[in-house]
Write a protein that binds this ligand. Structure first.
Ligand SMILES: [Zn+2]
Ligand SMILES: [Zn+2]
Length: 246
């Protein structure tokens, strides 16, 4: 399995691309979230949007889904298949509410979300499989009342999506994964909907050593600044376009 970050920036990033990762295994490619910055990054990597097949959506904040309209239209016009969206079953209708104003009306008549995407609504506790890898959707705490999800591939990785710290979950799955991708805002100010560096540093050292931090602010967009941090920290900042082999 190969994991490559398409972006590691937070919602307010101007210098970085928004947080998203691409998991390639055998002949499959799963992309976690689809911000608008993905299309340019994939273009640079030589991957046409029409080659995107599988997308997992963590939650509906704009910086995680605002590339879906372009992806859906591109597949319609230039592709030979609909991209598949793996998404919490209770997020399907809310996702369409965000996309509907720009995607419902077409010269070919009125469209629904299913006309653009093959939908796989996920139930909590029911794993799904892509390319022989079993994925489990986890529920995370991000914003009260909002459904937000992480992704667990036992034997490989855990990906938090946007989340506050869930130490119990990490203690539970630590033995089952080689690497933990966890969001961290890296700000000095308190942001109660996200994880702070202090939250990360409060974890057992064995867990901190497995952690790659993502969804951080532009103060760490510079490679030298990141490397300076990484030399001094057990948990390392993920690099944009960094390839991680598992
Ligand atoms: Zn975000
Ligand atoms: Zn968010």
């Amino acid at each position: 399995m190969q994991i490559q970050f398409l972006g590691t920036g937070d919602m307010f990033s101007f210098e970085q691309d928004h947080n998203s990762a691409m998991i390639e295994h055998e002949d499959t490619r799963l992309i976690i979230d689809f911000p608008e910055s993905n299309s340019k990054v994939l273009h640079k990597l030589g991957i046409p949007l029409s080659d995107v097949r599988d997308v997992f959506i963590t939650h509906l904040h704009d910086d995680h889904i605002n590339g879906l309209q372009q992806l859906g239209y591109y597949a319609q016009v230039f592709g030979d298949h609909k991209p598949t969206l793996y998404i919490h079953e209770q997020l399907v209708d809310p996702l369409w509410h965000t996309l509907e104003p720009g995607m419902k009306y077409t010269v070919g008549g009125e469209k629904a979300l299913e006309d653009y995407f093959h939908l796989v609504p996920l139930q909590e506790g029911t794993p799904f499989t892509i390319g022989g890898i079993t994925y489990e959707m986890t529920r995370t705490e991000h914003v009260p009342g909002m459904i937000s999800c992480g992704l667990l591939a036992r034997g490989y990785f855990y990906y938090s999506g946007d989340a506050t710290m869930d130490q119990d979950l990490l203690l539970n799955i630590n033995q089952d994964v080689k690497v933990i991708f966890y969001e961290c805002h890296m700000q000095d100010v308190t942001i109660s909907s996200h994880t702070s560096l202090g939250d990360i540093q409060a974890l057992p050292e064995s867990i901190q050593r497995k952690i790659r931090l993502m969804h951080y602010h532009d103060g760490y967009a510079n490679r030298e600044v990141r490397e300076r941090f990484n030399q001094e920290s057990l948990a390392k900042l993920a690099h944009p376009l960094e390839v991680i082999e598992l």
